[in-house]
Ligand binder design. Structure first.
Ligand SMILES: [Zn+2]
Length: 165
């Protein structure tokens, strides 16, 4: 399953060797089937005096497509946080947009096997993160229409523009 993860990062231009190494070195792996440890999955910035000093990551072992999507989600968080290391850090309201966006891309690529899970997950997003999720949909639709620049830098700019709306 890890090959599937790496291939996805490469195919979508978000593969970065340094970030991947950082991601692996700072991750604690948990069993997704264990409800007690599952709760800890996420990216936790270590902030000292307003400066981002590091990131603690907790991800599930990559056993199936669902756990791969979770790793993609946390990897995209890491990619964003990595750029801010040793710089001033402020939490933003749109942090979830790009990680969820790439999950959506993964769902679409694996539509046959992931239909049930993506339906469940998208309903959950709509219920709890409606604003962010609608931004993800808008971003995705833009991308489909344009077939243009799909670099993460381009997407970041788009997210910033969507927030201002
Ligand atoms: Zn997240």
């Amino acid at each position: 399953m890890e090959e599937k993860f790496i291939k996805f990062l490469k195919d979508n231009n978000i593969y970065d060797e340094k970030v991947l190494e950082f991601f692996k070195n700072n991750s604690t792996y948990v069993d997704f089937k264990d409800d007690d440890t599952k709760y800890f999955i996420g990216c936790y910035p270590k902030v000292e005096n307003g400066i981002l000093k590091g990131v603690n990551i907790c991800v599930p072992d990559m056993e199936d497509e669902v756990t791969v999507t979770i790793n993609i989600h946390e990897y995209v968080h890491t990619l964003e946080l990595y750029k801010k290391l040793n710089k001033e850090y402020k939490e933003t309201s749109y942090e979830e947009v790009l990680p969820v966006f790439y999950e959506l891309i993964f769902f679409k690529e694996n539509v046959k096997t992931m239909a049930d899970y993506s339906k469940f997950y998208e309903e959950h997003l709509m219920k709890y993160y409606e604003k962010e999720y609608l931004m993800v949909i808008e971003l995705y639709n833009d991308l489909i229409k344009e077939y243009g620049d799909t670099s993460i830098e381009h997407l970041e700019k788009r997210v910033k523009r969507l927030i201002k709306k």
